[in-house]
Design a protein around this ligand. Sequence first.
Ligand SMILES: NC(=O)c1ccc[n+]([C@@H]2O[C@H](COP(=O)([O-])OP(=O)(O)OC[C@H]3O[C@@H](n4cnc5c(N)ncnc54)[C@H](O)[C@@H]3O)[C@@H](O)[C@H]2O)c1
Length: 715
Amino acid sequence: MIYEGKAITVKEIEGGIAQLDFDLQGESVNKFNRLTIEELHAATDALKAQKKLKGLVVTSSKDSFIVGADITEFTDLFAGSEEDLVANNLKANAIFSAVEDLPFPTVTAINGIALGGGFEMCLATDFRVMAPKAKVGLPEVKLGIFPGFGGTVRLSRLVGVDNAVEWICGGAENRADVALKTGAVDAVVEPEKLVEAAVAIINQCNEGKLDHEARREEKKGKIKLNAMESMMAFEISKAFVGGKAGKNYPAPVEAIKVMQKHAGMTRDKAIEVEAKGFAKMAKTNVAACLVGLFLNDQELKKKAKAWEKEASEVKLAAVLGAGIMGGGVAYQSALKGTPIIMKDINQDGITLGLNEAKKLLTKRVDKGRMKAGQMADVLNSITPTLNYGDFKNVDLVVEAVVENPKVKDAVLREVEDAVREDAILTSNTSTISIDLLAKNLKRPENFCGMHFFNPVHMMPLVEVIRGKKTSDRAIATTVAYAKAMGKTPIVVNDCPGFLVNRVLFPYFGGFVGLVRDGADFQKVDKVMEKFGWPMGPAYLLDVVGMDTGKHAGEVMADGFPDRMKHAETTAIDVMFENNRYGQKNDVGFYKYELDRKGKQKKVVDEETYKLLEPVVQGKNEFSDEDIIARMMIPLCLETVRCLEDGIVEDPADADMGLIFGIGFPPFRGGALRYIDDMGVDKFVELADKYADLGPLYHPTDKLREMAKTGKKFFG
Ligand SMILES: NC(=O)c1ccc[n+]([C@@H]2O[C@H](COP(=O)([O-])OP(=O)(O)OC[C@H]3O[C@@H](n4cnc5c(N)ncnc54)[C@H](O)[C@@H]3O)[C@@H](O)[C@H]2O)c1
């Protein structure tokens, strides 16, 4: 044994060739935590001290190779100064460079996922062989940073500027065939042949058939482009990537700037440039928010996993109502492998639901993501029906009929009699209280909410809503079914609108208030889109549908009359009363026309301004800051109330719900992190400036207390 640690062992395997193996004790995957980096240092020193070695193969004993850096260490690490971060990166890089400089040929055998720091480890060796199912890539930009263990230096020299830009700025996980074609790896071989292939490469180097020194020098030298070529490659990339990433996500363009800066430098100087650029990005609020988001997501996954242990198996599901939502639920369930019965009261509904599923599946086939035979299997696992014939075999039902408490009550009681006693019933209601819907059920313990978002196949969130009488088994089974459908479930407690709609309607309240006071709805949309929302509030209302918006708004107003009831007619009422439902009938705040690809495109409609005149009181110019404050304060305060009322378990659930459910700008981390970032005291101060606008703008006593004591929602 040459070296033995808790994450790494090094031993001689054959003919003077050593094997450095990553196998982090007590973990299911390898990652570059502090311990692993320290051990890589010690292991490299031990290798250097060996006088007779002829080569090194780097391997992993886990299913993955190395999944990346240990992101749980980032929050503490990034809290340090920029200088500390640079020093930290240079220290780690010295170890990677020491691996690169070992006095014999080196090859990595990539058996599974090698991402971020894991792939940068691979890049430090002379050659790479890869298993067909492994994936490699540098996904750091997803965390608001870019590679900091020499990735921008080695990859740009190994595969060229264009490929490096694509890999680093896109952050994708690349398949073996792509990696081979790009030149990021040298061979693809079956997993059991990886070490053999690596040894063969080393032997060829030692026999003078392969020149590992030349390979090494290429990675350590300057980028091989003349000044003109270099200028063209980097400037075009910056314009293209900048346009795609947008101003709110600076890391991709910064990565290109760093590569441009170090293009004419050799390794050690280039790595200094990378380290400085990395530290600058790590100190941005975007990186803090995106790292926070990653950690929150991990927490959600852990919670869902814990629920899954208590779940009953769902072998067959059913959905009631084959409309927009019911059709989507049937498609998603069947696609992900749970057969589903789709019941409606009329044949037209069923035809529509099935046609929607067919349309989505055809798209998958056309894009090469599915074979025609698989499409048939998925369609066959949706059983359309007009009666309850097979419902005794159903394990879980999703009710998705019209949003009317009386209709839902009747339908739920009916289906309760049609299913087995242990079957779980859920409702996809957007706003109606789960306790209200449970009132007339014989087995309320088997009932909870399962709130999907539209379009079901695209939107990641499912709110699982616990009523007063809901059992843990009902929650666990619903969480497990949502996971099986490929969704992210969040368990919330019951109230009108649950988490997401309860928070969304005060935001719409901010919007109608602005229009009332004379703001141009188009300007409000533009400002909020610039702030980071996928669409502004007027556009969003057009997408949701004015009828749905008005109806749900009324349910919310009944639930929270003090702050959600509108005394006067609102802009939403005006649109609704004029049959301007939005995209569904081609006119709402905007008009909709079909573009050349047959997609709905919004266009300005002057008529909207005329219709709104009666509800507009005066004409005011609002600054961007004013618009943002008037939109965001009600949304943030309602999120605070959801937390205080115990609707969500913790701040992470609340923020993730808003990001996954309504597209809250991810780089801002969520509503509660937004308050944290502003400072709770500053936020309360800002809200108080708008106190005249009513209770939607009044901070809670607890929030005022937090402001006084300097407490935050996170950390
Ligand atoms: N559309 C959305 O954006 C959205 C988002 C989240 C949740 N929801 C909720 O999902 C539910 C359904 O909404 P939708 O937009 O799909 O409505 P929809 O009008 O498109 O579909 C409702 C379907 O239910 C059928 N139906 C009515 N009574 C029935 C009964 N007794 N048994 C079986 N089927 C019956 C109708 O024929 C129709 O096909 C509502 O509770 C709604 O609030 C909707």
